[in-house]
Design a protein around this ligand. Structure first.
Ligand SMILES: [Ca+2]
Length: 425
């Protein structure tokens, strides 16, 4: 879960760590699956830093130690935490890597909600039935969603990450690209150690600082982690996932989870629907959508779970959804739309649901990052300003695409397709 667009904010599946962001900031890493994460972490060989780098790292450490002590970290806690910690070239390499090709949302969802992941989720639901029931009762968060987050973040605990949290965050802080963020997380990690919840040796996780079964960042841990087992320790790292699952429930609850309400439902849009209204931020009462002729995909009246937005993740030629409050709550865990869809869809499948009814436009190929940059430049050159060309299809680009489509009397779904790029060339 997480914070910020702190790692490259690709909209779909990058190979970075996911996690629980902390309040008020956008999640860190969009849509990484546990498998992708594991592959990324295992893909590099550890290289020893050179002596000059080590000297610089030690100088940073000395400065940071003084800072930590003024923040109330005891010298003995700091020194024990940093005992043997050195610069990790692997973390530097992973931090610098950026995916050139992003996956289409259907490919991402295929992997994220695979039959294996669904069946494992059902096995876990049975094996942990009484624990999940108790957690659901206390936090009023649906067990299937807690299971789904667990499945997405670490494949139900099987890829929790093996990087020392202190070493990983120290490397990111030293490297400097996101020093303030990394130092803030590092201070939180030291506070956790000082509290006695965990030892430095056991405090492990992804290279970017996310820890435990459901990948909490240290600041999120401090705020939301729970001791559900009642042993006095909030242990999200142990083989027993109980505390981690309760912590996830507490986090979702804190951000407004509505018990027994869906993340969204697949819908059918009426002929002539104005796709300019299909915007995640355009939340309207269900009655408004009903009046426009939006129904469920089976033609039933749209269910009412409060204000809804229309989501068209693959444009006008793929499945379309009405999304409710819980969709936004999932995005507090990881801000990517693809991630929120995957959590919701996997949860529904674990509970017995099937695939979406409408077909994805599987013949559409994904644009590379360079092609997205080209698309943004072409749109801007034609007077449809994308507010920069960063290769990330965000709200400004979608809005520019819509403007272009409207100017051509095309269906203004805002979808960045290869055929659109062809048109612009
Ligand atoms: Ca505990």
């Amino acid at each position: 879960m997480f914070t910020r667009h702190y790692i490259s904010a690709l909209v779909l599946g990058t190979v970075l760590s996911g996690c629980a962001s902390h309040a008020n900031t956008a999640p860190a890493t969009p849509g990484a699956t546990a498998a992708a994460k594991s592959t990324a972490e295992n893909a590099t060989v550890t290289v020893k830093p050179n002596p000059a780098e080590l000297a610089d790292f030690n100088a940073w450490k000395t400065g940071f130690r003084a800072k930590a002590l003024t923040k109330g970290i005891k010298a003995a806690v700091f020194d024990r935490a940093f005992d043997g910690v050195t610069l990790s070239q692997q973390v530097i390499k992973l931090d610098g890597s950026q995916a050139e090709f992003t996956r289409q949302i259907w490919d991402y969802l295929d992997t994220a909600t695979s039959s294996t992941r669904v069946s494992t989720g059902r096995e876990k639901a049975q094996a942990l039935a009484s624990t999940l029931k108790a957690i659901e009762a206390r936090y009023q968060v649906d067990a299937k969603v807690i299971l789904s987050v667990w499945g997405m973040e670490t494949n139900y605990g099987s890829y929790r990450g093996n990087t020392s949290t202190i070493a990983g965050l120290a490397t990111l802080a030293f490297e400097g690209r996101r020093r303030d963020f990394a130092e803030q997380q590092l201070l939180a990690a030291l506070q956790i150690l000082q509290s006695g919840d965990i030892t430095p040796e056991r405090m492990k996780g992804s290279w970017a600082g996310a820890m435990g079964h459901t990948q909490f960042m240290p600041t999120s841990y401090l705020e939301y982690a729970q001791d559900f087992t009642g042993d006095g320790k909030r242990d999200i790292w142990s083989d027993d996932p109980t505390d981690a699952l309760a912590s996830t429930a507490a986090y979702l609850k804190r951000f407004g989870w509505q018990h027994n309400a869906p993340w969204g439902v697949e819908v059918s849009l009426p002929k002539g629907f104005d796709y300019a209204n299909a915007d995640q931020n355009n939340r309207q009462p269900v009655s408004t959508w009903r009046a426009q002729g939006v129904t469920t995909i089976t033609g039933q009246p749209l269910p009412d779970f409060g204000d809804a937005a229309i989501l068209v993740p693959a444009g006008a030629h793929g499945p379309t959804f009405a999304i409710f409050n819980n969709f936004r709550v999932i995005r507090r865990y990881n801000n990517a739309t693809s991630y929120a869809m995957a959590v919701g869809h996997l949860a529904d499948k674990i509970a017995g649901g099937g695939e979406f009814v409408a077909k994805w436009p599987r013949a559409e190929r994904a644009l590379s990052r360079n092609e997205k940059i080209e698309l943004q430049r072409q749109l801007t050159a034609r007077g449809f300003d994308t507010q920069g060309a960063d290769g990330v299809i965000g709200p400004n680009t979608i809005s520019a695409i819509r403007g272009y489509q409207q100017s051509r009397n095309q269906v203004a779904d805002g979808y960045a397709s290869a055929s659109l790029l062809e048109q612009l060339r």
